[in-house]
Design a protein around this ligand. Structure first.
Ligand code: ZN
Length: 68
């Protein structure tokens, strides 16, 4: 996950906002966001928030897994 250069737009289908975050496509699995792109996807602020919400569960699970 990282910062995105200016001029990159959101990868979500139908969204043309400028992206603020890049994620791997694997990180988006489990969310309802429909994205174009291959391994790397870009999200605008709104969709990033949306993704964070839907991703919360798996995030917690990962934390538990890491704790062992
Ligand atoms: Zn967007």
């Amino acid at each position: 996950m990282g910062k995105v250069a200016k001029g990159v737009s959101c990868s979500v289908t139908g969204c043309d906002q400028s992206a603020v975050r890049s994620l791997s496509k694997a990180q988006l699995s489990g969310s309802d966001l429909k994205v174009s792109g291959d391994r790397r996807v870009y999200l605008c602020h709104e969709h990033y928030k949306q993704w964070k919400k839907t991703n919360k569960k798996s995030d917690d699970m990962e934390r538990i897994r890491w704790k062992g």
